[in-house]
Structure formats: structure tokens, C-alpha cells
Design a protein around this ligand. Structure first.
Ligand code: AMP
Ligand code: GLY
Length: 443
């Protein structure tokens, strides 16, 4: 029996835990809070601790064949390196390789240096000595509605501001840029791309990059893509693994970009990337563009692909570590829709510490799956925290059916929560198809 330790306690990790157990692993988990779903899959073999307490992690991991790290935060501060030093191979990149997510400037420069297509022009500003006029002039290069501001480090998907959407003038842009620099983050100003985004989550063994079905996330908090950016309010995938506005040639191109990136990382750092790699791409009239890399599975996007994976996930993890990944993986030809229930007020003023109740019987009747996210189980009761609480997943032959399953599933959860009813609906998808068609016809 393969013994695996999982690091993390969100819905993404709940989906990973399920895939590991389905693949035959004996699981234990190191978590920041008690996720009831993961705890059950581990038969209570869990430890609660800070995810960057690597000493406690390594000691709890003793005897495991390998580790799987879910979130990015521990990876960008030597989690994989620490586990490896303790003799536990890690599915998840070392700190050097994790710069692909940890620094947007690292990634943009890498793509430039190694002539990898799909890059976006950018300028970086240092928090130590920045010049306001130079920032203004960088914004002006791309135009009043043509630039994007990004803190260089990790921001949980919430730090990016887009001119013309979040920023209504150069002055507003400059204010955000300097506030961000003064709060201690370097800043990247980059060209704004226009198109439709898609997510390509992959497995990487150092050389091979093997894809999973494409997913589209919904970052804005409110229906109709309104409101502040979030970690992601829900996502969908299609039975053919593509998107109506993204074809196989786009996917092949994206995989090529990712393969070249993995090779470039090796040349640049001498270290081999092993783990999951998440490519956020945008299809534009000029071709596909890389918006960002994440060195992990997506959340909610992991819930769209892992539950329909037919290949054995434990074997895939072993192949990642052995460097023997190759060929295609098998997935059910189903549509999936994930809808996140989040605390009222999320993301700006979330109502934390509220009780939620999950009616598992009705969820089962509806046919929806559920994955616990930022919750804490205390005295047999489940409480929310400040982030997304529970992901509801519908799997079906068509997108319409999967959306309905997920939507009915949300009604089985009681608590001070809200969700986006429009995720995965025909109307929203049509809007995206129309948007892409409009852009393509202007080409
Ligand atoms: P990131 O954290 O880099 O993924 O950015 C969060 C979101 O901001 C992305 O999913 C996009 O919707 C948007 N975004 C980031 N960079 C760009 C860009 N260069 N052009 C247009 N939108 C962008
Ligand atoms: N849903 C976006 C992410 O996981 O980064």
C-alpha cells in the first residue's frame, strides 16, 4: 500500500484527497484547520499545524512514500525542499521552481529570455526605489484602458487591478501602484489583453507536461461578472475537454508553451520541476497569451477535473516523481460545474465563524458532490472562516444538466452564505462565445 501525506485543507485538497484514496493510497493530512471531508478520508490520521511549520510536517510525514502539496503558500517558502531533505519525495516544486507563481516578473523575464511565445509586455518596479513618473509612463505606453497592475508576489488572486475596469484614470492607477509598492510588494505593470480566459491544469515530471480537461473559472464575486475579484466563485468544463471558444490547436500551443517553460526553469535554476502546473491563458485575436502560472492545482478548478479522472491519480503522482510521465490521461467525457458557497460579505467583509449545515442525504438525492474549503470542524459542528466555504459539484452528460445538479446542490447547504447562480449557465457561456466572436471579427 502506498502511504501518502497531503498538505493543505481547502476544497482543492479535499478533491486531491479523494483522488488519492480512490487510487488506493493510505492517506494522512497536515492541515491548518480541520477539514471534515479530508479528516474522514484519512480515517482521522491528521495533524493540525501551520502549513509552514516544516519541522512538524516532516516529523508527521515520516514513513510516507511521498507527499502531495495542495496550496502555493508553503511551496514558495521551501515546503518541497524541506520534505525532500527529510527523505520524503514531494509532488510539488522546490522553491526555485515555484518562482513561476511566486514572482510574476520571474515568469515574464523567463519567457522573454527563452523566446517562448504567448508572453505579455511588462515593466517591473521595485518597492525600494520607484519613480512615480516612470510608473505613469509605463501605464501610458499601454494606454488609459490598456494596462494591468499586479503586485509581484502572491495575492490569492485579489491583487490585480485592470485599467478601464477597476481603475478609471491614470491617477487612480498611480494611487493603487504606489499604495501597493509602499505596502511592501514590488509591482508589475503589464499590457492588458482582451479575450476569453481558460485554465489548463497539467502534470509535470520535469520533462513531460500532460494536460487535463480545460476549465473556465469565474473570478468576480457577483453575478454577471460584477464586483471585486475573488479566489474564484465557480467553474465549468465541457465533455470534450475543450471550451466552445478554444480549440485543440490552442491547447497544443499552450502545452508547448508550458513544456518550453519547464525546460527553461531547469536551465535557469538547474532544478527539475515536479508537480502540478496551472496555466492561466487568454485566447485573443492575436493568439493565446499567458496570463499567469500557478504551481499547483486550481481552486475551484481541481474539483472539475480530478473527480472525472479515470487514470489512477496515485500512479500519476509516482510517475511525476520517477520522471516517467507520458502519453495521455483518461477522463470521463462529462461536463462539470462547480459553484462555491461563500460567507456573506466575501471577499471584502466576510461573515466568519458562522455555523453551516450540510444535508448530505438531499445532496445525494440531487446527485451533487461537495468539497469543504475554508471551514473548521469543532465539537462536531462546522464553522465558516473568512474565505470560500464549500464547493458544490455537478457532473453530467451536458453542461446544462451539470449546472442544474450543482445549483440544486447549493440548496442543500444552510448558513450565512451566498453563491453565483449564473456559473455554468447557457446565458453566461453564450455571452463569452459572443465576446470571442466579436473580437475575432474585428481582427
Ligand atoms: P492573475 O492573478 O495574474 O491571474 O490575475 C487575475 C485576473 O486578472 C486574471 O485571471 C485575469 O482575469 C486578469 N488579468 C491578469 N493579467 C491580465 C492581462 N495582462 N490582461 C487582461 N487581464 C488580466
Ligand atoms: N481559481 C484560481 C486559482 O486557483 O488560482
Amino acid at each position: 500500500m502506498v502511504k501518502v501525506i497531503l498538505v493543505g485543507n481547502g476544497a482543492r485538497e479535499h478533491a486531491i484527497a479523494e483522488a488519492l484514496v480512490r487510487g488506493g493510497a493510505i492517506l494522512r493530512a497536515f492541515m491548518a484547520a480541520r477539514n471534515p471531508g479530508i479528516t474522514k478520508l484519512c480515517n482521522n490520521n491528521i495533524k493540525i499545524g501551520k502549513l509552514d511549520n516544516f519541522e512538524a510536517l516532516a516529523s508527521f510525514a515520516e514513513g510516507c512514500d511521498f507527499a502531495v502539496v495542495g496550496p502555493e503558500a508553503p511551496l514558495v517558502v521551501v515546503c518541497a525542499d524541506a520534505l525532500q531533505s527529510a527523505g520524503i519525495p514531494c509532488v510539488g516544486p522546490t522553491i526555485q521552481c515555484a518562482q513561476l507563481e511566486g514572482s510574476k516578473d520571474f515568469t515574464r523575464r523567463l519567457l522573454d529570455k527563452y523566446n517562448i511565445s504567448s508572453n505579455v509586455p511588462h515593466t517591473k518596479f521595485s518597492k525600494r526605489d520607484y519613480d512615480r513618473n516612470a510608473i505613469l509612463s509605463a501605464m501610458e505606453t499601454y494606454g488609459a484602458e490598456g494596462y494591468v497592475l499586479k503586485p509581484d508576489g502572491l495575492t490569492g488572486g485579489k491583487g490585480v487591478r485592470i485599467a478601464g475596469e477597476h481603475l478609471k484614470s491614470y491617477l487612480e492607477g498611480l494611487q493603487y501602484a504606489t499604495a501597493s509598492l509602499d505596502s511592501g510588494d514590488d509591482l508589475v505593470v503589464e499590457e492588458r489583453c482582451e479575450g476569453e480566459e481558460f485554465t489548463l491544469q497539467t502534470f509535470v515530471d520535469g520533462t513531460h507536461v500532460v494536460g487535463t480537461p480545460l476549465v473556465q473559472d469565474h473570478k468576480r464575486a457577483f453575478e454577471g461578472d460584477q464586483g471585486p475579484n475573488t479566489g474564484g466563485m465557480g467553474s465549468y468544463s465541457m465533455p470534450d475537454g475543450l471550451m466552445p471558444f478554444v480549440n485543440q490547436a490552442d491547447v497544443d500551443q499552450a502545452i508547448l508553451v508550458m513544456e518550453k517553460t519547464v525546460r527553461a526553469v531547469k536551465q535557469e535554476t538547474t532544478e527539475t520541476y515536479k508537480g502540478f502546473l496551472y496555466g492561466q491563458f487568454m485566447k485573443t485575436p492575436k493568439g493565446i497569451r499567458l496570463i499567469e502560472y500557478n504551481v499547483r492545482f486550481g481552486d475551484p478548478e481541481a474539483m472539475n477535473v480530478l473527480p472525472i479522472m479515470e487514470s489512477n491519480f496515485v500512479e500519476v503522482c509516482q510517475k511525476i516523481l520517477d520522471g516517467t510521465l507520458g502519453g495521455q490521461l483518461r477522463f470521463q467525457k462529462k461536463a462539470t460545474v462547480t459553484k462555491y458557497l461563500v460567507p456573506t460579505g466575501y471577499p471584502d467583509n466576510p461573515a466568519a465563524n458562522a455555523l453551516i449545515e450540510v444535508n448530505t442525504d438531499t445532496l445525494q438525492k440531487v446527485g451533487a458532490k461537495y468539497y469543504f474549503a475554508s471551514v473548521d470542524e469543532r465539537d462536531d459542528k462546522i464553522y465558516t472562516s473568512k474565505s470560500r466555504a464549500i464547493g458544490i459539484l455537478g457532473i453530467a452528460d451536458t453542461l446544462e444538466q451539470a449546472e442544474q445538479v450543482a445549483e440544486h446542490g447549493t440548496a442543500c447547504i444552510q448558513g450565512n452564505l451566498y453563491h453565483r447562480r449564473d456559473v455554468g449557465t447557457k446565458n453566461l457561456l453564450q455571452k463569452r462565445i459572443d465576446h470571442m466572436n466579436r473580437l475575432m471579427s474585428k481582427k
